[in-house]
Ligand binder design. Sequence first.
Ligand code: GTP
Ligand code: MG
Length: 452
Amino acid sequence: TSSGSGGLRTPIVAVLGHVDHGKTSLLDTIRGSAVTQGESGAITQHIGATAVPLDVISDIAGGLVDPDDFDLPGLLFIDTPGHHSFSTLRSRGGALADIAILVIDVKDGFQPQTIEALDILKRTQTPFVVAANKIDTIPGWNTQEDGPIQASLDAQSDRTRERLDERLYSLIGELSDNDISSDMYWQVRDFQHNAGLVPLSALTGEGIPDLLTVLMGLSQRYMKEEMEIDTTGPGSGTVLEVTEERGFGTTLDVVLYDGTIRTDDTIVVGATNRTIETDVRALLQPRVLSEIRTEKQFERTDELSAAAGVKIAAPDLDDAIAGAPVRVVRDQTLDSVTDEVEAELAEIAVETDENGIVVKADTLGSLEAIANTLQETDIPIVRAEVGDVAARDIAVASTADERQNRAILGFNVDVLSDAADRADHEDIRVFQDDVIYQLVEEYEEYVAEIER
Ligand code: GTP
Ligand code: MG
């Protein structure tokens, strides 16, 4: 995906939606079609992402995308598991993703994580298209494998068409209930104010040509200027995950959205209440499938340019946190880069109150999202941190006098066993959920109960 200095970088596309609505299947099918069309070499698997170049998109979209009409190099898709907090997808000043696909199962409709995804897309003002997925499950569906949606629609009986339309209009209704005006993508003129719906099946591939066409069109039309970056400048990225890797210790899975990163670069990374400065020991990319039989899962690369997903191995990464910024130190001094990372961390940091509840979350972005929700509901927070619920969190909660403050909200985190014992002993209520508003609701119900 590197494209030399002053080039256009690849737009970053986040795939979001409720658990099991088909995000991974959608990307699998896009990867699969590229492979069947003999373009496997052209698709590159990144850490946490898949890069699909323009000519492959054009092949899959068959006639709908003419490469001559575009000068963006392709699309970089990031898969976000439904249980994982995609609010991690944050970069300086807002959303990491330039554009998003909100995947909704047509037979299931809106579900908790659909609403949560939509809230974050609205808050970060990320443009998105709705993939109305699993149309092949409509009773009587006559599949037109891998074709454009119009061919599929033409192949259905009137009754099946009606059944599909019912589902699609009910989705449009649910979107409207959530303050999003939308229509079938072919009816949408102004994509900045209306979300386009693309009916498709991740399983049979029908409608995927349309999805890719809409994404390319949107990116080209509205995002071209933002894609004009100095791809050779010092790299900037966001930590998606902090993981242990055999032979490498603690590593960072990072999406690089600006500039270049090289082996031996000095980087500054956000951690809890501090920054880490360290030197890149290795940049790792997944091996292509055919090579996976070799022992090593990753191959090393010396240099990568935005946009890309990469695993960074370096010393001292143990305290790094998901959602934190990563910056390469090259043209600037270490101090000024550290200041910038600190400023970014401060911007995400949650303001705490003298009395309130303890909040723990899996990433900085999700912590920020849950703190916003709590603040909107006037629930005070005494401590907000990334990480599992630990004994010291119970200790903080147990200093509270008011009963409603003797509580901990954990989003997408575990409760360490000594913490669980201590919570029992100290009579601290610990709430856990992987949907923010459900977590807050559970807590509110509890407060209502004790006030009764
Ligand atoms: P999480 O990562 O757990 O959030 O789920 P996901 O959104 O990635 O869903 P995934 O792609 O794993 O699909 C869930 C199930 O739905 C799998 O059994 C898929 O085979 C099935 N599925 C996905 N897309 C389609 C589709 O278009 N049609 C049909 N019939 N099944 C589908
Ligand atoms: Mg998945």
